[in-house]
Design a protein around this ligand. Sequence first.
Ligand code: UN1
Length: 512
Amino acid sequence: MHKSVQTALESLGVEPPLTGFAIGDQFQAGKGDLFAVHSPVDGSLLVELPATDAKQLDEAIAAASEAFFKWRVVPAPVRGDFVRLFGQCLREHKEALATLVTWEAGKIFQEALGEVQEMIDICDFAVGLSRQLYGKTIASERPGHRLTEQWHPLGPMGVISAFNFPVAVWAWNAAIAWVCGDPVVWKPSEKTPLTAIACQKLFAKTFANASDVPPAISNVVVGGADIGQLLASSPALPLISATGSVPMGRAVAKTVAARLGRSLLELGGNNAMIVASSADLDLAVRSITFSAVGTCGQRCTTLRRLIVHESIADKLRDRLLEVFDNLPIGGPHEAGTLVGPLIDQRAGQSMAETLVTAKEQGGIVHGGERVEDGVPAGGIYVRPALVEIDAQAPILQQETFAPILYLSRYHTLDRAISIHNDVPQGLSSAILTSDVREAELFCSAAGSDCGIVNVNIGTSGAEIGDAFGGEKETGGGRESGSDAWKRYMRRATNTVNFSGELPLAQGIRFDI
Ligand code: UN1
């Protein structure tokens, strides 16, 4: 193990033997099969960890259910105060946690710092929210009656997260769930269990300084899809929040629906940007590059399709090719690197196969090759690809989790919008234009059909104050800011009659 990983683990309080299972501050060895975690940076073995077994998962769910009875009656602002302490702890360990994210998920250190900052930001948001879980007062049609809505904690919830944002997505869920009064059982990606254990250690550290907090409001189980499915099937968890691929989301949604539970899904994106003829080209080049190659094309919000006005397409292509050809590709821990590795061999293979298909469908492929020089041996490093292709090519319907940017041309904005929306996914979208009418049309009901609609910025890098998520195969869920918290609570409508009479609603007469 690399020295910097060791130092980071030590400062996060993660010491061998690593356990694979935690209920609150109790860390235990998993009783399931051993699985290996390799760093995408250089393929080195980070850890061999025993998975959590089904019985241990049941224990975690039982502990979370018990914690719920205590936590739900702790006043929300007091719950918020705990989240404030957790945010403070994250601030103190920001660099160490980001170092671990870099080594386990392969994203460049700047982006890893950004990911931890998202955790801190959502904690701050949740602290404020803990005093703002507002319900409505509704005008009653009956005299002497008061109608109000109250929001109550929902229950323990399951979180299934993906490798590409190994800590932030959990934090979006956990910070909101905690202030809403819900304990969490977290199953991270089997590719990134170390960062999850580190977060749980930081939770335990914060918990040690907090009164009123039942430890089992936070629990971690590790393993593959089987443990994820078991989690999703538990009737004790009224809400399952799942982030990842469409097939994973479909399987989880089916399982949760079969028991009439609630799911919150944030699945694939196939995000596009329209670049109008009036767009600022300098801004275009910068925003396109960050959105297309950031996290090596492995964000759900990654820009995958460019729809460019025909009058500027050649010029923009040439400028992008110049930038793509000179991108610093290398170890994500090294200063100056902008493109780190893909997560694993399979991701490299899927990128290569997609590029072959794109060529067969008439695409002109620039870049996309494996990079072996000047990068750490053992990792999968690639040059981001720019593919000129007709907007009708079937490959554009599919999300490949790699840095491939398709460039198609358009003549009229109506056509560009219909190309834009003509895919199964609906997460993030953008238009670059200096024409306010074009911008407003794109944001209107006749414009982008996505959950995130941007003007003059790229598709990735949303702020935590937003409700994050999208439509169609993206799953329809909203996490993080705005009123996403409502999904984590149950609504009770109260009718209080203080009249001494019994007038019935709808004016019904029922005299006995
Ligand atoms: C994801 O890829 O699952 O908007 C999350 C963004 C980040 C979050 C991405 N704030 O790109």
